[in-house]
Ligand binder design. Structure first.
Ligand code: XMP
Length: 519
C-alpha cells in the first residue's frame, strides 16, 4: 500500500537514540503528524514544502570523534525551524562553530535541575524559574556557537538550552520526550505552535476514512487473507478491511492450544456473530503440543511455534482461490525498529513471532493499514470502529502465547494449570480496577517445584510467577506496584483454586535489565 502523503508534518531525524519514537508520539499526541527518518533518508529527500519543522534526535555518536553522523548543511537554509535534542543539540553546536567536550566528571544521567537564564518562545509556560529534567549525556556544549544565545543551564552543563532566534534553530541537552522530564510536552507544544506555526492536522479517527478508501483502491475486487489473533492490532485490521471490502476478507484463527483460558473461542464468536466476519477457526492444539514435547529451550520453543503457525496458515490459505493480499497488523514502531539509523544490527534478544510476521515466501501482496500508527492510536481507531472494550484494551499477548510462559517442558497439564492461575489473576485485576492501569500482566509457571504444607499434608508443587508492568510501548517497563491487599488475596485465591500450585511469587524487576516475558 502506498505511503500516504500527509499535508504538513514534522520530520524527526533519528540518530539512534533509544527514545526517538517517543518524540514522534509526543508530537502526534499534540495533534500534529510526525514521521521519523534516518540521516540517509534525509539526504535522499527532495521535497521539503510540507515539512514545517525538523527535530534532530539524540544518539550514541559523538561529535568529538573524527567522523560522526550529521545532516546536510543546506537544511539550515530552508527556513524550517529546527530543534536538536541531546546529540541533536551537540551537532547543531558543532556545525555552527561551538565547542563540545566529553567529560566523565560533568556527565549527567537521570534527573537534573534546569535554571532559566533568558526568555525564549521555546520555554513559555515550561520554564519560569527552574524545572526538573531528564538527562543522559557525557558530551556537553562548552562554547556557544556563533549567533546563538543561552536560554537555560543546569549546574553541570551551562549551555543546556541554546537558540538562534533569527534562524529559528534551537537545541536542548535534556530529553523533553521522556515522562521523567516534568512538563516536557509543553516544550514541544511551543516548538510546534509558536515556532513552526503548524496547525493541528492529525488524529487517529480522522484517518479512518482515508484508510478504508486506500484499502478499497488497493485491493479492488480481489480477496484478502488475515491471521486473526483477537489482539488489538489484528482485530482493528480485520474490522477496517471488512469495512472496505466485506466478504472478500477471509480471517483465519489458528488455535495453538497456548492461548488464555476460553479467550480464543469467545473471540471467534464475537467476530463471527457480532461483527459478521468471514472467519475460520482452526484447532491445531494437538499438533502444537506434540511438536513441543520435551522442548525446554526458549529459542527452540519460539522457532517451533512460529514455524508451525506459518505451516498451518499456509495450508489453510491454499484452500482459497484468487487470494492476492495478506493483511498484517504491522505498527509504526515495527517499521522504525526494522531500520537502524547507523546501519548496525542490534543484537537479537528473542526471536519474535506474531500473527503479523508471516513469511515473504507466501507470495502475497501486503496490506498493512496500521503501519503509520502507534499502539494507543490503534486503540483510538478500534474504538471508532466499534471494537468492544474487552478486545480494544486487552493487554498485549505474545505470538507464542503460554508456550513462553511455561518455563521448561510444556504439557497439556501444565497449560491447564497456568490457564487457571492466569484467569484468576487477570479477573482479579479487572475486578479491582487495576487492569487498565497496567500495560501488561500475566501469570507464568516456573520450572521448579517447592515444598509446601496444606491441611497438615506435605505438598511438592509448581511455583506460579505473577508479572505486571507499566510501559509506554514495551521497549522499557517498570514493575507495577500492586497494592498490599491485592497481593495478600491473590496468593490465597490461586493456591486454593488451582491444583498443582503451592507457591506464588511476584516479579519485581523492570526492563531493562529484565524483559517483560520470561523467555
Ligand atoms: P519482551 O519480553 O521482549 O517483550 O520485553 C516486549 C513485548 O513484546 C511482547 N512479545 C511478543 N509479541 N510475539 C509478539 O507478538 C512475540 O514473539 C513476542 N515476544 C514478546 C511481550 O509480550 C511484550 O509485550
Amino acid at each position: 500500500m502506498q505511503f500516504h502523503q500527509y499535508k504538513d508534518k514534522v520530520l524527526i531525524i533519528d540518530f539512534g537514540s533509544q527514545v526517538t519514537k517517543l518524540i514522534a508520539r509526543r508530537i502526534r499526541e499534540l495533534g500534529v503528524y510526525s514521521e521519523i527518518i534516518t540521516p540517509k533518508g534525509l539526504i535522499k529527500l527532495k521535497k521539503f514544502h510540507n515539512i514545517k519543522g525538523l527535530i534532530l534526535s539524540g544518539g550514541p555518536s559523538t561529535v568529538t570523534a573524527n567522523s560522526f553522523q550529521s545532516v546536510p548543511k543546506d537544511i539550515f537554509k530552508k527556513k524550517i525551524p529546527i530543534l536538536g535534542i541531546c546529540y541533536g543539540l551537540q551537532l547543531i553546536a558543532k556545525i555552527f562553530g561551538g565547542k563540545i567536550k566529553s567529560s566523565k566528571k560533568k556527565r549527567e544521567f537521570g534527573r537534573a535541575i534546569l535554571y532559566k537564564k533568558n526568555t525564549s518562545p521555546l520555554i513559555k509556560n515550561f520554564l519560569n524559574n527552574k524545572r526538573s529534567v531528564w538527562m543522559s549525556h557525557e558530551d556537553a556544549v562548552v562554547k556557544l556557537p556563533k549567533n546563538f544565545k543561552l536560554v537555560a543551564s543546569t549546574k553541570e552543563s551551562k549551555l543546556t538550552i541554546i537558540e538562534n532566534t533569527k534562524n529559528k534553530i534551537y537545541g536542548v541537552q535534556f530529553h523533553p520526550e521522556v515522562t521523567h522530564t516534568d512538563k516536557g510536552k509543553q516544550l514541544f507544544k511551543n516548538f510546534l505552535f509558536l515556532i513552526c506555526k503548524i496547525k493541528k492536522n492529525w488524529s487517529a479517527t480522522s484517518q479512518k476514512k482515508r484508510l478504508i478508501n486506500e484499502i478499497k483502491d488497493t485491493v479492488k475486487k480481489d480477496k484478502v487473507i488475515c491471521a486473526l489473533s483477537g489482539g488489538v492490532d489484528s482485530s482493528v485490521v480485520a474490522l477496517l478491511i471488512n469495512k472496505a471490502i466485506k466478504k472478500n476478507l477471509i480471517c483465519i484463527m489458528v488455535d495453538t492450544g497456548l492461548m488464555r483460558k476460553n479467550e480464543f473461542k469467545q473471540t471467534y464468536q464475537i467476530f463471527k456473530k457480532k461483527y459478521r466476519l468471514n472467519v475460520k477457526l482452526i484447532n491445531a492444539s494437538r499438533l502444537f503440543l506434540s511438536k513441543l514435547k520435551n522442548i525446554s529451550n526458549p529459542e527452540k520453543k519460539r522457532k517451533i511455534i512460529g514455524n508451525l503457525f506459518i505451516k498451518v496458515f499456509e495450508k489453510e490459505s491454499k484452500k482459497y482461490k484468487n487470494l492476492k493480499f495478506l493483511a498484517q497488523g504491522t505498527l509504526y514502531p515495527d517499521i522504525i525498529e526494522s531500520r537502524s539509523s547507523t546501519g548496525s544490527k542490534t543484537s537479537k534478544i528473542k526471536s519474535h513471532h506474531n500473527v503479523g510476521g508471516l513469511p515473504k515466501r507466501m507470495n502475497f501482496k501486503l496490506v498493512e493499514p496500521l503501519k503509520d500508527f502507534f499502539k494507543d492510536e490503534v486503540r483510538i481507531l478500534g474504538k471508532s470502529l466499534g471494537l468492544i472494550k474487552n478486545i480494544n484494551f486487552k493487554h498485549p499477548f505474545p505470538g507464542p502465547g503460554l508456550g513462553i510462559r511455561i518455563l521448561g517442558n510444556i504439557s497439556q497439564q501444565r497449560v491447564k494449570i497456568l490457564q487457571e492461575a492466569d484467569y484468576i489473576f487477570i479477573n482479579e485485576l479487572i475486578k479491582s480496577g487495576l487492569y487498565n492501569k497496567i500495560w501488561q500482566a500475566y501469570a507464568a509457571l516456573l520450572p521448579i517445584k517447592t515444598v509446601g504444607v496444606m491441611g497438615d499434608t506435605r505438598t511438592y508443587e509448581n511455583i506460579c510467577l505473577l508479572r505486571a508492568v507499566t510501559s509506554e510501548d514495551g521497549m522499557t517497563a517498570d514493575y507495577f506496584n500492586l497494592p498490599k491487599n491485592f497481593i495478600d488475596n491473590i496468593s490465597n485465591k490461586i493456591i486454593n483454586n488451582v491444583k498443582g500450585i503451592n507457591r506464588v511469587v511476584y516479579d519485581i524487576t523492570s526492563k531493562p535489565p529484565s524483559t517483560i516475558e520470561l523467555e
